[in-house]
Design a protein around this ligand. Structure first.
Ligand SMILES: CC(C)(COP(=O)(O)OP(=O)(O)OC[C@H]1O[C@@H](n2cnc3c(N)ncnc32)[C@H](O)[C@@H]1OP(=O)(O)O)[C@@H](O)C(=O)NCCC(=O)NCCS
Length: 175
């Protein structure tokens, strides 16, 4: 299969259909499914700031040359209780676009974008012990495993551990 070309772009009104699907189709988003979400929330958020805010944001993951919307990446400000902030990123691709080399590229591109346009030192990402695709994607995008965060989320009827990864500004990115 030939290598797909990926780009990140601002969210457009047509993308809200996909966001509503992730909010209302059980399991479409993968292991991050935690029950139904407000289907009108994407339209409200888009009207407010186009999903580009100071605290959290999204960009669309688009596959060229046909400019097909494959999913989205997100980032949000986090801290460990003090004044210092860092970014936490996330990603969700539609099932038909998974396993084709888009996920790790999109997350590497998002790191480049955040390190270029914001002064933060640390970008972190959490994932699930059973999410091998995301674990491999993060490592390919230049992230390092920091450890296991025990019982950090209630999901699918039980408390689950998470894996925490980070990429620092000075860490080498993918070749
Ligand atoms: C997780 C996700 C972003 C990964 O992106 P992707 O485009 O599917 O993954 P890539 O094609 O970039 O693959 C990256 C690596 O993972 C491997 N991989 C991909 N899918 C895999 C799978 N289902 N099982 C095991 N390994 C997998 C690839 O082989 C590649 O490793 P390699 O270079 O050593 O061969 C994507 O699958 C997705 O959106 N899943 C649903 C939402 C989700 O889980 N988001 C993350 C929540 S923490």
């Amino acid at each position: 299969m030939s290598e797909l070309s990926v780009r990140l772009r601002p969210v457009a009104e047509d993308d809200l259909v996909m966001f509503r699907r992730f909010a209302t189709e059980p399991g479409l988003i993968g292991l991050d499914w935690t029950g139904f979400r407000d289907a009108q929330a994407p339209a409200r958020r888009f009207a407010a700031d186009g999903y580009l805010g100071t605290q959290d944001s999204r960009l669309l993951v688009e596959v060229e040359p046909d400019e097909v919307a494959a999913g989205f990446v997100s980032w949000a400000l986090r801290d460990f209780g003090g004044p210092t902030k860092h970014w936490e990123i996330g990603i969700a691709l539609l099932p038909e676009w998974r396993g084709r080399g888009i996920g790790w590229r999109a997350q590497a591109m998002l790191c480049d974008y955040l390190f270029r346009h914001t002064p933060f030192q640390r970008i972190q990402a959490g994932t699930h012990p059973e999410n091998i695709a995301e674990q491999k994607s993060l490592v390919k995008a230049g992230f390092h495993l920091e450890g296991v965060v025990r019982a950090c989320e209630f999901r699918d009827g039980r408390w689950c551990d998470g894996y925490l990864y980070s990429r620092l500004r000075d860490d080498p990115g993918p070749a």
